[in-house]
Design a protein around this ligand. Structure first.
Ligand code: GDP
Length: 200
């Protein structure tokens, strides 16, 4: 059973080793409305993630702990942590995503030792966004492992979807974008395989 751990608005709030048991962490990032909370909830099988905070609301990193086993066989220590990061892309004229983000985000992405994989969500229903390119470039420069996932794939026909994915791959300069739907669960199995890999 997944459990909501805490909501961090400062580096000092990030869950400590005593809470995470050094379990690998997977971060979810994307523009507001990309479908991040829908995907997290679909992966967790529980409605724990809330729609990206709107401007003005507290923007935090929300941590969820996932445990292997069920009932009396459930492990005491989490085997995976999900980190739900605040949405970005509010600013009409995008300067840099870091200027829009609260101070504690960059240290999280660059210094968090247990961060094993960042899931960068991009919407397959809209043209490539400069703010997404910025984020992906950031991960490339940091040499941090990331995976680009294309959301809301159910809304497009196969033909339109493959064209959209090609345009996104080209704009963001990535080899692979995994199409996914939180609505139909298409692609979530493949995504889980990527998540399982970080647990080994
Ligand atoms: P967030 O702001 O990134 O957390 O986005 P939400 O998960 O709240 O989703 C934003 C909107 O997109 C909501 O209206 C969702 O119902 C819709 N949405 C999210 N995921 C999907 C999906 O896989 N398929 C479809 N058709 N709609 C989706």
């Amino acid at each position: 059973n997944p459990v909501f751990m805490l909501s961090a608005t400062d580096v000092a709030h990030f869950p400590s080793e005593s809470k995470t048991a050094n379990a690998p962490e997977v971060a979810f990032l994307g523009r507001s409305n990309v479908g991040k909370s829908s995907l997290i909830n679909s992966l967790l099988g529980a409605k724990l993630a809330h729609t990206s905070s709107t401007p003005g609301r507290t923007r935090s990193i929300n941590f969820f702990a996932l445990y292997e086993g069920t009932g009396s066989k459930q492990k005491a220590q989490p085997s995976l942590i999900f980190a739900d990061l605040p949405g970005y892309g509010y600013a009409k004229i995008s300067k840099s995503i870091s200027s829009e983000w609260p101070q504690f985000i960059e240290p999280y992405l660059t210094e968090r030792e247990t961060l094993a994989l960042a899931i960068c969500l991009v919407d397959t229903n809209i043209p490539p966004q400069a703010s997404d390119t910025q984020l992906i470039t950031f991960f490339k420069q940091m040499q941090r492992p990331f995976l680009v996932v294309g959301t809301k794939a159910d809304r497009l026909s196969n033909n339109v979807l493959s064209k959209s994915l090609a345009a996104l791959r080209q704009a963001h300069e990535v080899d692979e974008i995994l199409p996914i739907s939180a609505k139909t669960d298409a692609g979530t199995k493949v995504l889980w395989q990527h998540l399982m890999e970080v647990m080994d």
